[in-house]
Design a protein around this ligand. Sequence first.
Ligand code: 0O2
Ligand code: 0O2
Length: 227
Amino acid sequence: MTRDWDSFLMPYQQAVDELKIKFRGMRKQFQQANEHTPIEFVTGRVKPVDSIIEKQARRYISDELLEQDMQDIAGLRIQCQFVEDIYQIVDLLHQRTDMKVVEERDYVTNVKPSGYRSYHVVIEYPVQLVHGEKKLLAEIQIRTMSMNFWATIEHSLNYKYQGEFPDELKARLKRAAEASFMLDKEMSEIREEIQEAQQLFSYGKGQSVPPRQWNEEEHDENRHHQQ
Ligand code: 0O2
Ligand code: 0O2
């Protein structure tokens, strides 16, 4: 079957664009309320045609089942500061009425053999087209910045080795993944202190609402420092 890829992928691009705006909007709302935002960065992409074709062959997906069985044609990636943020984002996704969670894969708790960690949520998302509504699937990968660092490096190495890493490199990557997770754990332990400092920092940059947990005394003290 020859497919008109431009028309096929157009709704997916629309979904990615809309979802990026929505998730970045969530970040802004948290910031405006002067609350810790679980969302640090949002990126998104439509899977390139050659990757779709390669994955379709590798997974024996028929043309008819492509939209149903390839869940990451529209892909969003949300990065956060702390592991706890990942689960807050998952809860937020469940509460939304403009998308429906249809599948979840928790590779944060159930780490992949490679060392890969991330939380994957597949949603069904309706896009409005001129000829009506089309429901499509999108995959949202939620991970800490530290998990993202590891995954990005490992992904580029994959291109070089086509997934067939020498044992030594495989072991090193696994160790690196564990070290990266240790970093996440350490950061979680000092999370409250970090968040307080970040709120102080944004207040210093001119946010009008003082951080919640400040008592009056600390508040006045900071004013003093800013003068
Ligand atoms: P801000 O206000 O800086 O957070 P577009 O839709 O054109 O904005 P596009 O084409 O999808 O975005 O670009 P991309 O490369 O996906 O990146 C989108 C945003 O994510 C950019 O911020 C990047 O700065 C940010 N980003 C993604 N990953 C990282 C990362 O690992 N480190 C850093 N520092 N930034 C990252 P914006 O849109 O300018 O918004
Ligand atoms: P891309 O766009 O290059 O990232 P499968 O694709 O068969 O492995 P499945 O069941 O479709 O897996 O979904 P899964 O495993 O939940 O998610 C697949 C995606 O997760 C991959 O997409 C990667 O983005 C990411 N991922 C999964 N495992 C690893 C890993 O060990 N290392 C890294 N770096 N990323 C991983 P694609 O298909 O590779 O596409």
